[in-house]
Design a protein around this ligand. Structure first.
Ligand code: F6R
Ligand code: MG
Ligand code: MG
Length: 373
């Protein structure tokens, strides 16, 4: 394990500037200082602060393996320190994602989102870290399917002999806490039955078929299922390794040229387009949205250094996707509180809607089944 590198991305909403739209620079500065200290102390090999909307991601390489207690504790303590500053500055919802009082060995189940991949670094290791705000983990189902299973998206599935076998997808049932592995292309129709319902079924990771090597992974925590009540959307992250027998950088970015519809947006209760944006546009505004995704590209070195990130979705080739997203946003917004802009009733169960329905309950009276007036 020692020679393997772990890429851990641990993220949380520590408080918004202003409302739920961004992160105050002084709060971000705490994350940056802590990452620099952890690098100096040798806890991590390298670290960068990522941001999308009101979420901060700690992007770290280290040798501690997945679920490293030291790395998770470092992230938790960093979020606590950020919360102190957020409170001082009156940031909105300071510490909102820290659902537990004390750290107990692992950050999973405590509120923050987490995605980790452990792998042997290739001589050149291009990795893209996607961060999304105002949406939920299932938002990655469609792009991951396209990247690793759709030859109309990924030419390499047809052309590159190293990819021709296809990939294995691990899909989690977030409600029943079960998982199943699908082998693409053989199982794609079965898989689509599940992943087409992204509120419940989420692709956790994708592996190479011949050797089980990790290619991509996502954060799958659902805050409402942890807290037992609505506490905002989960704002997931996704890590994807690229090139040399894996999908090329351009194949990994290609699905985001289509701003597909996701659940989230205002009050975590509306469908809207997932708009790809440049880093400087990562601030959900209109109706607290639309939901958006940014991408940090890294060229990881053999020594495990992340180096300087590149803004992978800022390019002009995504301008048209942004325009489409804005058009779709206009169209959907005109539905106001009506479905399908507003989520369906069973999904609203994980918002504050049950409280309203409970109150209304006393006003309902029975109507005989055959009555027509
Ligand atoms: C959605 C989100 C926002 C809030 C909304 C209400 O994920 O973060 O849309 O749900 O601004 O926020 P509160 O209830 O904090 O006033
Ligand atoms: Mg927030
Ligand atoms: Mg957020």
């Amino acid at each position: 394990m020692a020679d393997k590198l772990t890429l851990s991305v641990i993220k949380a909403d520590i408080g918004g500037w202003v409302g739920h739209s961004s992160v105050h620079p002084a709060v971000s500065a705490v994350a940056e200082r802590r990452l620099a200290e952890a690098r100096e102390s040798g806890l991590i090999v390298d670290g960068r602060r990522g941001r999308v909307g009101d979420d901060t991601a700690l992007i770290m390489t280290h040798r501690g393996g997945g679920d490293s207690e030291d790395v998770h504790k470092f992230a938790w303590d960093t979020f606590l320190l950020m919360t102190d500053v957020a409170r001082e500055l009156g940031q909105y919802g300071a510490g909102q994602d820290l659902l537990s009082d004390s750290f107990s060995g692992n950050i999973r189940g405590m509120g923050p989102g987490c995605a980790e991949m452990e792998f042997e670094v290739r001589p050149s290791e291009p990795v893209i870290v996607f961060l999304a705000d105002k949406t939920e983990p299932g938002a990655w189902n469609l792009p991951l399917y396209k990247i690793f299973a759709d030859p109309f998206n990924t030419a390499g599935l047809v052309i590159d002999p190293n990819m021709h076998e296809g990939f294995d997808f691990e899909v989690h049932d977030l409600f029943e806490h079960k998982k199943v592995v699908f082998s693409a292309p053989a199982d794609i129709y079965d898989m689509l039955v599940l992943i087409g319902a992204p509120a419940r079924y989420v692709i956790k990771n994708v592996r190479r078929k011949n050797n089980g090597e990790i290619c991509a992974c996502t954060s799958t925590q659902r805050l409402s299922l942890i807290a037992g009540r609505y506490v905002g959307k989960d704002d997931p992250v996704m890590l994807v390794r690229c090139q040399s027998g894996l999908p090329a950088v351009g194949e990994v970015l290609e699905p985001f040229a289509f701003p597909h519809t996701v659940a989230g947006w205002m009050r975590g209760s509306h469908h809207g387009p997932l708009m790809p944006v440049a880093w400087e546009d990562d601030t959900p505004s209109r109706f607290d949205g639309p939901p958006r995704v940014v991408a940090y590209g890294f060229q990881i070195t053999e020594a495990g250094m992340l180096g300087e990130p590149r803004d992978m979705l800022g390019d002009i080739s995504f301008d048209r996707a942004r325009q489409t997203a804005l058009k779709v946003a206009d169209y959907l917004r005109r539905h106001g509180p009506f479905e399908p802009h507003r989520l369906s009733l069973d999904e609203m169960e994980y918002t504050t809607m049950p409280m309203v329905l409970e109150r209304l309950g006393q006003r309902f009276v029975d109507v005989p089944a055959d009555t027509c007036d």
